[in-house]
Design a protein around this ligand. Structure first.
Ligand SMILES: [Zn+2]
Length: 49
């Protein structure tokens, strides 16, 4: 599963409503996140690995 951060258009590993691979909690600004099925573009540890 992947989620997009709509402000940066970065794709992260994880699911909306949870904590993504690089550690951000998507419940804090849940309107900034959408569930997508796309290649991960975040290059932080936890998302790219
Ligand atoms: Zn990430």
């Amino acid at each position: 599963m992947t989620v997009e951060h709509t402000l940066t258009e970065e794709i992260h590993k994880g699911t909306k409503g949870g904590i993504i691979g690089c550690g951000f909690d998507t419940t804090l600004h849940s309107n900034h996140w959408v569930s997508v099925s796309a290649e991960i573009t975040c290059d932080k540890n936890g998302c790219k690995n």
